[in-house]
Ligand binder design. Structure first.
Ligand SMILES: Cc1ncc(C[n+]2csc(CCOP(=O)(O)OP(=O)(O)O)c2C)c(N)n1
Ligand SMILES: [Mg+2]
Length: 377
């Protein structure tokens, strides 16, 4: 294996121009507390599902977003309800985090309910996918979530088309697409970003650079130091965010969203992070073999929950005692308990899990339905 540096998650080079004032300046103390709770919620979803699977209550593959939560939380917080998103395999929390700032239980919010998402994970009749798959292969036109597929980067051309149509209809909505750094080596990435750039479409391409694409390290998938440098080839802005810092992600994505909404066109926002565990839960053991242990330790050393707590303590929005009340940070699914999370978070997700476990499996007779367009679609 060629020599290379350790994962670089701390203090990434800032490519974007410093904007004064920063987008985060509009956030209130309540927004900060909400962001922290959302980080907890995304983390709890991840560890709870891992535990459920270990207890034998869940089947299928889990693609952990542990340590990458700030990317989803910070970017979604920068959006309007009517904006579109296009998540992929590692973004399962995005389905219920979308528009959640408008009320976790609001019936009107344009995001999926926790009941829908948990039913999807358990492959139940109340899920959008009705047990055709247990993971992220779902979407909702009504809630403005582009259907996720397995084809890496394949959603970027679709996303470009969706906002092209929105512009033709006189809209000013933006789409945020999520992809890993490995996906940027796909042909569809080039076609989609190129099309968006040529037509100045409001497509914000968030790259979750977690340093690994299954067993391939980032430097064997992208020849430039920053994946965001790919933007130069399309004549569009490329920003680099600290993916462990929810506020930095919020700032950079807000900047990109404003640029897109004002008609200037697409951009790429690379968020530097680290994949804490294997590619999927089936990969856990081998992960230790292909990744040096010191790299894994460095990569996990800046937990996004801890980073947000530090900021809030420094700004007088959280006392050390309050920060210590729910110490979920730096813990894997095997070490963490429900007491490490705010009650609000545990209660919200438990409601989804209970609902899913009570929801029946679909009847086998519907297996051949919805292959082609049907009357009730
Ligand atoms: C077009 C395509 N090629 C290969 C795969 C198999 N595959 C699924 S995820 C993955 C790695 C993706 O890496 P990255 O884009 O960095 O995202 P990450 O899993 O790290 O979040 C691969 C190779 C696929 N789903 N689609
Ligand atoms: Mg990756």
């Amino acid at each position: 294996m060629p020599e290379r540096e350790l994962a670089r998650t701390a203090e990434p080079r800032k490519v974007s121009k410093a904007t004064e004032p920063l987008p985060r300046d509009i956030l209130t103390p309540d927004d900060y507390r909400e962001l922290l709770d959302q980080l907890y919620l995304a983390r709890y979803f991840d560890v709870r599902l891992t535990k459920e699977k270990k207890r034998g209550r869940l089947r299928g593959t889990l693609y952990s977003s542990h340590n990458q939560e700030a990317i989803l939380v910070g970017s979604l917080y920068a959006l309007r309800s009517t904006d579109w998103i296009s998540p992929i395999h590692r973004d399962m929390p995005a389905f219920f985090l979308k528009d959640i700032k408008n009320g976790w239980d609001s019936k009107d919010r344009l995001g999926m309910s926790i009941e829908e998402v948990c039913s999807q994970v358990w492959g139940r009749v109340d899920s959008p996918g009705r047990a055709r798959d247990n993971w992220s292969h779902i979407g909702s036109k009504k809630k403005r979530i582009i259907h996720s597929t397995s084809m890496l980067a394949g959603t970027i051309p679709v996303a470009a088309g969706v906002v092209y149509a929105d512009r033709l209809d006189g809209g000013d909505n933006v789409v945020v697409t999520y992809n890993g750094e490995g996906s940027t080596a796909q042909g569809a990435f080039h076609e989609g970003v190129n099309f968006a750039a040529v037509h100045k479409l409001p497509v914000v391409t968030v790259i979750e650079n977690n340093q690994w694409a299954f067993g391939t390290p980032a430097h064997l998938g992208c020849p430039t130091e920053d994946v965001a440098d790919r933007a130069k080839g399309y004549g569009i802005p490329g920003l680099v965010a600290d993916g462990q810092d929810v506020l930095d992600v919020f700032d950079k994505v807000s900047e990109a969203v404003e640029y897109a909404r004002s008609g200037k066109g697409p951009s790429i926002v690379e968020c530097k992070t680290f994949r804490s565990y294997g590619h999927g839960d089936h990969d856990d053991d081998r992960a230790v073999k292909y990744r040096p242990q010191d790299e894994v330790e460095v990569g996990r050393s800046r937990d996004p929950i801890a980073e947000m707590k530090k900021v809030m303590i420094a700004e007088g929005l959280l006392t050390q005692k309050e920060a210590d009340k729910h110490p979920a940070e730096y813990k894997g699914a095997g070490e963490v308990t429900d007491h490490d999370f705010p009650e609000r978070v545990v209660e919200f997700l438990s409601r989804g899990v209970d609902f899913a476990l009570k929801s029946p499996l679909p009847d086998a007779s519907e297996a051949r339905r919805w292959v082609f367009k049907e009357e009730d679609q």
